[in-house]
Design a binder for this molecule. Sequence first.
Ligand code: GDR
Length: 303
Amino acid sequence: MLLGKGYRVVGIVRRSSTTPYERIAHLVDKVDLVSADLLDQHSLVDAIRDAAPREIYNLAAQSFVQTSWTQPVLTGEFTALGVTRMLEAMRKAAPEARFYQASSSEMFGKVQETPQNELTSFYPRSPYGVAKVYGHWITVNYRESFGLYAVSGILFNHESERRGLEFVTRKVTDGVARIHLGISRELRLGNLDARRDWGFAGDYVDAMWRMLQQDTPEDYVVGTGRTWSVRQLCEIAFRAVGLNYQDYVVQDARFLRPAEVDLLVADASKAKERLGWAPQVTFEQLIARMVEADVTRHRRAAA
Ligand code: GDR
């Protein structure tokens, strides 16, 4: 989206002996990738000083909720303290830049009211959610302490065909494609009753950008305002290839979480009124395009 607007885009990547650019393969020639790490303060200062950005989008995190129970300290390092390191780097190297922090509906956790808006109290239910609450408040604090243009975008689940395979939407659409093509016979999932407000990631990056174009830095909730269960996700995805999910989905305790977030649904009226933002892609359209992309990918691989 930024390239489409004519931006020069600099991306920070962690050093690795392999090149995990699968999801940006079509863009690697068009963006500058620099080596830095959220755990290393100096590398962030250097990266920001060299790039001299006008806008900084901190989307980096240990972002898989389930892993946050097995790697709680590392999750806190990346997802919580990593935000402070980014804000410190910006304060030192580019204090006039505008900063976007990717906050999460997981901060609402055991929801204190429904739907959830910018004033709803947080009650995180995982080490990930707890770390994101820290990231949210340190962003607010740096804005209030140092006068930085720093905003926290509280985004509900946002998906696309580039979603990691471990997240439930992509796990389901990939599973449907495999079953449809005869590669698998079943799909093992955890809690089918959890409800989420799922939208299309392409719509949500537009909201992030809009947050950085305002006269004053403020925080916003972004979501569709509709909620669906994992079971409904399965129904829709299997139906897209003419199958009944009940014939293939198996519940497996390995995918249950020690504490669950049962229901999330956004009240994004502030984003609608102040940013002029509205989602363009419906849940059914989103799942249909994800199933189609996974069927195409598996067909190509088989050929
Ligand atoms: P979530 O996304 O935890 O909401 O966080 P995820 O897709 O992992 O889980 C959504 C819900 O589905 C239930 N579920 C399963 N989830 C996974 N991953 N695998 C399964 O087999 C399965 N079966 C049922 C989960 O219990 C849960 O209730 C995402 C991440 O992108 C975060 O980084 C981001 O902050 C939030 O969305 C907004």
